[in-house]
Design a protein around this ligand. Structure first.
Ligand code: ATP
Length: 344
């Protein structure tokens, strides 16, 4: 339903968005992960019809989305962008901020809709406070409630675009937003079409992998890989994709024999070994533990496999200590050659 076709946008001599094409279906969540400056916010503005692309087009339900140059009031009524700074009106309450989005509706509907959203977004306790007096998580939820308040004029899907929805939030608030997005997008009555689609951008892949149907990784304005979270994480196309989507050991293939694995044909060919592909095994390769980082459900180890080969691996053994020798084995089927050669 929301599609982008070969979008380009540059500022002076900086390409902010380069040849981006994507398709977001109703009832789906897409996440775009990228480092700071990779073009995420620019792409969101293009998708929302709030910025003129240099080339390319955005379409919603196969209809061209007008750009600011083509339209007096920029934006599309069914594409709702929630900015990173929330942009709430500071002098009116949470309730009034949400009600503003449905101000042209009859009073009874306004009251019904606002109460429904306060409940859905767990804002009832702070409904009568002004934004300055609520937490970051509550501001984020208010901004989402306001964005989704108005139903689509012709009963079609509303596209929710979110700029870094998790970045300023603590863990419980991240969980709230995650649950809210899943409820919104996934929960439809049986036999009813989905009413939302969501695309969010983030520099932290954790929520992206957990939440989305499709993950894209952006680098220098381009989406360099787009696919299911499992494929993008498990079969990264480049070192950058591997690093942006989780912890990864990225080493030249010439080191593989040190790990008792066959070397790559090209000794400089990079391979990606996720830490979870490395097991502690009595018959394995000796490594020396250099650092032990407790991560809650598991412990991260930084180890030295000799010849200057550092390795990151995980264990659930609480007794491992710095300086200890361990024996490890790498699951060969989980060694991923990075097809696009890139030292990033
Ligand atoms: N209005 C502008 N004028 C000039 N350059 C811009 C403008 N907006 C963005 N850029 C540049 O375009 C590139 C992409 O910026 P963008 O804000 O889209 O990236 P981002 O991935 O959202 O970054 P962040 O995560 O830090 O918000 C950057 O190099 C940025 O400096």
């Amino acid at each position: 339903m929301l599609t982008a076709h070969h979008l380009y946008k540059s500022f002076n001599d900086t390409f902010a968005v380069r040849n981006v094409s994507l398709a977001l279906e109703s009832g789906q969540i897409m996440a775009l992960v990228g480092a700071s400056g990779s073009g995420k916010s620019t792409l969101l503005n293009l998708l929302a019809g709030l910025m003129d692309p240099d080339e390319g087009e955005v379409r919603l339900n196969d209809v061209h989305v007008a750009t600011p140059n083509e339209k007096l009031v920029p934006g599309h009524p069914d594409i709702r962008l929630v900015h990173q700074e929330y942009q709430l009106m500071p002098n009116i309450t949470v309730r009034e901020n949400i009600a503003y989005a449905v101000r042209y509706y009859q009073k009874a509907y306004q009251t019904y809709r606002v109460n429904e959203l306060l409940r859905l977004c767990r804002l009832e306790a702070v409904a009568d406070r002004i934004p300055r007096r609520i937490s970051g998580g509550e501001k984020q939820r208010t901004a989402i409630a306001r964005a989704i308040a108005e139903p689509s004029a012709d009963g079609r899907t509303v596209v929710l675009l979110l700029d870094e929805p998790f970045s300023h939030l603590d863990l419980p608030n991240r969980t709230h937003i995650r649950d809210l997005l899943l409820d919104l997008v996934r929960e439809t009555e049986p036999d009813e079409p989905a009413s939302f689609a969501c695309l969010f951008v983030t520099h932290d892949a954790t929520d992206a992998l957990a939440l989305s149907d499709t993950v894209g990784v952006m680098e220098n304005g381009e989406i360099i890989q787009l696919g299911s979270p499992q494929v993008v994480y498990g079969q990264p196309r480049t070192a950058y994709v591997a690093r942006m989507t989780g912890p990864a050991n990225i080493i030249p293939g010439k080191w593989l024999p040190t790990l008792r694995l066959p070397a790559t044909t090209d000794p400089e060919q990079l391979v990606c070994i996720r830490p979870e592909a490395i097991e502690v095994s009595a018959a394995g390769v000796p490594v020396t533990v250099r650092a032990v980082l407790f991560r809650g459900g598991y412990t991260e180890l930084l180890a030295d496999a000799g010849e200057g080969l550092p390795l990151q691996l995980f264990t659930t053994d609480p007794a491992v200590s710095v300086g200890q020798q361990l024996f490890i084995a790498v699951k060969p089927e989980q060694v991923r050659e990075l097809p696009v050669y890139l030292q990033a």
